[in-house]
Design a protein around this ligand. Structure first.
Ligand code: FAD
Ligand code: SF4
Length: 510
């Protein structure tokens, strides 16, 4: 071929820039399923199924569009096992004049492809990823113009630049942010009937992939029995419409709430479809804004949803691409514990963690507050090495791709970047979880206790965290109040907290 267009597992968009000027007579597309992408982290079965099933459906869409495709199956005898070796072998065989691609999402993958092109002496054309609202260059310019990088300023700039929820120069409804309205818990009666998430029964292609993953990656974490994610653009659009019509109205209000055995609640469950590029973020944002204008959803919900996509999602991508590769190595709090083994099984007595991890392994999904304030918070307080936390998050979620996962994990949840993403560590005792859910009622621990046999590990570790990082945290005005409380503890209490924290870390309490 003249141009060989490289398509990665998270670039499944027929209209991507890589296809600009595609000439069916002279160009061809390259895709490959390689085991290395499922083993460089211990990728969970649902996540691997998500990628491979979406890739195979996309391959069909490419063929239907008349584009010549060279596709390597995981089970092909000649499969080389890694992205680098597979591309190298295929370039040898196909002898293209030029390699063309849309900018990849992962820094690591970009290096691999550049390396192959260079070794082969082939030109590599990398095109802008039009999927995003903000280019990396624009983000870098924004970052240069601000001393402290804060999502809120970036988000306002994006709202103005793209005219989203704006009345001339003013934000719709007179305020930029409705966060205060978006923190309700469910009452004692629970969430009540929540409209079911969109379920897509696996078709023959996806069933094949499930069988393949079960045999190739048998020991990997997670289950495939309940796999029902959208794996085509059409299904992604259905999932989006269902969310907008049925769950968006209450999305904002209950964004932070949790309920045992209820993984889906009022969330969108669209991150995987967006990250694999089955859906365009503009489609999601436009649909939500249209629902607001039609009177079908309140502004607080719509603004909350828009902020996640136009704000956070674009912001973390900018951080990732302007800070890599160094970003992945940060460990500002010098956290060096190993991730407890039960993160991979859910076998713990802590009710909130057990539920969050069990559903994660079952579906490849947990909502934001479960990720941030249950699994993430525990790892932060425990002092797990951020790189191990990163590996876990990248492995277990169907929507996990590094550009979005890494800043959320290392920065937002573990404070490992020392305050670039978040102005202070998100720390809390078990009382936060108690406020947002009924988990503590069914737990052997007590969120109000920091010492003794029934002490909630979050609560013990919270105080231990404040004590361990007192000097650093008291320099942060936003933490001063929390840190001051340490001074109220007498030596005996401090020692009891430290002893209990040590028991938790040694696995005596789990
Ligand atoms: P909703 O809550 O319904 O939100 C709607 C959409 O907004 C999401 O689909 C997503 O595209 C976007 N969004 C929301 N929050 C964020 C955020 N903080 N950063 C970027 N986009 C956001 N998101 C991923 O897409 N992939 C990841 O690997 C990932 N890892 C995370 C790890 C940690 C430790 C934390 C705290 C968050 C992580 N997030 C990740 C962000 C967020 O938790 C998920 O996007 C969200 O839970 C996905 O579920 P949903 O589609 O139902 O989202
Ligand atoms: Fe979680 Fe602690 Fe509540 Fe148990 S008591 S559910 S561990 S917050």
């Amino acid at each position: 071929p003249r141009n060989l267009v490289l398509v990665l597992g998270d670039q499944l968009d027929l209209d991507a820039a890589a296809f600009d000027g595609f000439d069916a007579a002279r160009d061809a597309v390259w895709m490959a399923e390689v085991a290395g992408e499922a083993t460089h982290v211990w990728s969970s079965k649902p996540r691997t199924v998500m990628f491979l099933a979406a890739m195979r459906h996309f391959a069909d869409a490419l063929c239907a569009a008349g584009r010549t495709l060279h596709y390597t199956l995981l089970s092909d005898a000649a499969n080389q096992g890694s992205l680098q070796a597979q591309l190298d072998a295929d370039v040898d065989r196909l002898r293209p004049a030029v390699l063309v691609m849309t900018a990849p999402g992962d820094w690591r993958v970009l290096q691999v492809i550049k390396g192959v092109a260079q070794a082969q002496g082939l030109p590599l054309v990398i095109r802008e990823d039009r999927h995003f609202y903000c280019t990396v260059r624009e983000f870098a310019a924004h970052a240069r113009g601000h001393n402290s990088l804060r999502m809120e300023y970036f988000y306002r700039e994006m709202r103005k630049r793209h005219g989203v929820l704006m009345n001339a120069d003013l934000p719709e409804g007179g305020q930029w942010n409705f966060d205060e309205d978006n923190r309700e818990a469910f009452g004692t009666a629970g969430p009540g009937p929540v409209s079911e998430r969109a379920v897509f029964e696996p078709d023959a292609i996806t069933r094949d992939v499930i069988a393949l993953v079960e045999s190739h990656f048998a020991t990997h974490p997670g289950r495939t029995e309940d796999f029902a994610w959208p794996v085509t653009r059409e299904q992604g659009l259905v999932a989006l419409q269902r969310f907008i019509a049925e769950r968006l109205p209450l999305f904002g209000r209950y964004q932070d709430a949790m309920w045992p055995g209820e993984p889906w609640l009022h969330h969108a469950h669209l991150a995987a479809a967006l990250n694999l590029k089955l859906l365009h973020p503009r489609e999601a944002v436009d649909a939500a804004v249209a629902a607001y204008h039609a009177g079908a959803a309140p502004l607080a919900s719509v603004e909350g949803f828009v902020r996640q996509i136009l704000g956070w999602r674009e912001y973390v991508r900018g951080i990732y691409w302007t800070r890599m590769p160094g970003y992945a190595e940060h460990n500002a709090l010098d956290a060096n514990e190993d991730l407890p083994a039960w993160y991979w099984t859910g076998r713990t007595d802590m009710a909130c963690l057990r539920d969050a991890i069990t559903q994660t392994l079952q579906y490849g999904y947990a909502h934001h507050i479960q990720r941030l304030m249950v699994t993430g918070l525990f790892a932060l307080l425990y002092g797990v090495k951020p790189q191990q936390v990163h590996v876990w998050y990248l492995a277990v979620y169907v929507d996990a791709v590094e550009w979005v996962e890494l800043p959320n994990t290392l920065g937002m949840s573990q404070y490992a970047d020392g305050g670039l993403m978040a102005s202070k560590p998100y720390i809390a005792t078990g009382k936060y979880i108690h406020r947002m859910s009924p988990y503590c009622r069914g737990c052997r621990y007590d969120p109000a206790k920091r010492t003794g046999d029934r002490a909630c590990p979050y609560t013990t570790l919270y105080w231990d965290f404040l004590m361990r990082h007192e000097a650093r945290l008291s320099a942060n005005p936003r933490m001063a109040l929390q840190v001051k409380n340490v001074a109220r503890l007498n030596d005996e209490e401090k020692q009891a907290i430290q002893e209990r924290a040590a028991a938790i870390r040694s696995g005596g309490v789990a």
